[in-house]
Write a protein that binds this ligand. Sequence first.
Ligand code: BDR
Ligand code: CA
Length: 322
Amino acid sequence: MPVPMIIDCDPGHDDALAIMLAAADPAVDLLAVTTVAGNQTLEKTTLNALRVCTLAGITDVPVAAGCDRPLVQPLAVADDVHGVTGLDGPRFPEPTVDAVPEHAVDLIQRILQDHPEPVTLVPTAPLTNIALLLTRYPGSAARIREIVLMGGSTGRGNRTPAAEFNIYTDPEAADIVFRSGVPVTMCGLNVTHQALATPEVLARFEGLGTELGDTCAGLLAYFAAAYRRLWGMPHPPLHDPVAVARVIDRSIVGCADANVTVELHGRYTRGATVVDLHRYLDRPVNARVAVTLDADRFWDRMIAAVTVLGSRTAGPAGPEPA
Ligand code: BDR
Ligand code: CA
């Protein structure tokens, strides 16, 4: 049976591919796409989610906008990584699908209440919406099968030396999620940096011969340039789909149990995930922490999803614009 899932995202180049993977993989029943401020403003991340759904022919999944800023601190977007639109690079069509007129948190709560089975939440963005859900609707926790999130790191960060972007952007929200008692799996930088979009991967997307395949290659090419410029990495990591892949097939993403604490006060370490893999501290396990990735099977699944969506939607890619 496919796993009922809601993606909470801030597209975002890698979020875009996470939506596609969740929408097309037969192991997932995608119930909603919700958006939050993060990589860009809420207005832009919501527009981007609608653009992605339009291009990929995802027309039967509700999209709802959520929180437009972190719980406590002001929003600081990642335009250095994702550009002024949040999805710079390839051209996207104007959306032909609309967001539903309901706050993301209310939509998630309604789905959790109505769905016959507990639902898996996959946040690939700052955890503001999820923290608000858990505090505004305390009963929602019992209806969540698990939260499998992209964020944090067992090692160093990518927004500060210590903190990863999604956690750093809203540390108070992340703290609420990790302390909620809901089963949490953390797919952090240590594992997403194993999902590298090499030139061979880009060639596989281009080789699909569809507009969607070309758009994915274009997104990854833009991401590659940003990662070379900002971090000197030869190939960019495709963070967010790794969390979806963990839900699709647990053997693609291996995990270890650990206590994870979000640092809220550190002078230089605010937003860091302190991951106690070796049980130095006498604190209970509150998370599964992703540590290994079967990169070949990850990319096979990702390409298969884009193949399915691309063949459903458009004809062959058009000529390059002049
Ligand atoms: C995370 O930050 C965002 O920029 C990406 O979309 C991903 O969710 C990686 O640190
Ligand atoms: Ca993201």
